[in-house]
Design a protein around this ligand. Structure first.
Ligand SMILES: Nc1ncnc2c1ncn2[C@@H]1O[C@H](COP(=O)(O)OP(=O)(O)OP(=O)(O)O)[C@@H](O)[C@H]1O
Ligand SMILES: [Mg+2]
Length: 261
């Protein structure tokens, strides 16, 4: 479905933030991209969605293919038409519009009338949105806004849905609801690339995971295997603290360990 290879990105022509990133999302999969603050997760998503230029960023190397079609250096609207939808950090909903108007806006790019059925399906699946359909979206809770943002992206019927930290700032109970929603969407046949700092949530949802540190993928694998990795437990799942904590990331820690042995 999505194939990213050897991607390098610089900001302002000087700061090299991604240093050869490769990752794949297979059809129907949820793939998680995890990593600490500043690792380059959002930058990777901006490269995929064509939003780098807005941020003075540029891909200097690599390829990004969606179903075999090159996305790199295409404009965001062309990319959206290839079947990609995204919910960026901080869930950008239209706060002045009602819930239903937000969803209608999400369906805008679709031809035909079937989106009304999808609207019904959203209301059936996610009753919180149905109850508030005429309410101004700005008055929804954080979790409800996140669900609205995800639903709005889903109603455009993407092949690939990209989510940047959907759990950010939400209480654990609400995170579980958002996770359920993501799983429900996967079941409609959508592939999902999920960026998260909440590794526990991401591991529960995703089929495959990539760990990014300092602009590089340092580990990847099926999530049930990654979860068993002691370093991942320590760094990302909050294992019992030992000396590893003194290292900022897995890569540094492993380099140091090799050096010591
Ligand atoms: N527009 C920009 N201009 C210059 N540097 C930038 C720009 N946007 C991001 N960066 C830098 O690129 C690096 C990667 O940032 P990015 O936002 O991709 O990380 P992230 O993994 O999404 O982090 P977070 O978890 O905090 O969201 C950081 O060092 C950041 O300061
Ligand atoms: Mg980010």
């Amino acid at each position: 479905m999505l194939h990213v290879a050897n991607l390098e990105v610089v900001y302002h022509s000087v700061v090299r933030v991604l240093r050869g990133v490769s990752l794949n999302v297979e059809e129907g999969q949820i793939v998680a991209l995890l990593g600490p603050n500043g690792a380059g997760k959002t930058t990777t998503l901006r490269a995929i969605t064509g939003l780098l230029p807005i941020h003075q960023g540029r891909a200097t190397k690599g390829t990004i293919k969606l179903k075999g079609k090159e996305l790199l250096r295409q404009s965001p609207d062309v990319i959206v038409r290839q079947g990609l939808a995204q919910v960026m950090e901080g869930r950008r909903i239209f706060t002045e519009l009602t819930v239903e108007e937000n969803l209608t806006a999400g369906a805008y790019s679709r031809r035909g009338k079937t989106w009304r059925e999808d609207l019904g399906q959203i209301y059936d699946q996610f009753p919180v949105l149905a109850e508030r359909r005429q309410q101004q979206a700005g008055y929804l809770s954080g979790g409800e806004q996140q669900m609205l943002a995800i639903s709005r992206a889903w109603i455009s019927r993407p092949k690939l849905l990209i989510l940047d930290e959907p759990s950010l700032g939400l209480a654990p109970q609400i995170i579980a609801q958002v996770a359920d929603m993501i799983r429900t969407i996967q079941k409609t046949g959508v592939s999902i690339l999920l960026v998260e700092q909440n590794a526990a949530m991401a591991f529960k949802l995703a089929d495959y995971g990539y760990i990014m540190e300092n602009g590089k993928i340092v580990l990847d694998g099926p999530t049930d295997e990654l979860q068993k990795d002691r370093d991942i437990q320590e760094f990302y799942l909050g294992g019992e603290g030992d000396h590893r904590r003194n290292y900022r990331d897995i890569k540094r820690y492993r380099r140091r360990r090799r050096w010591l042995s």
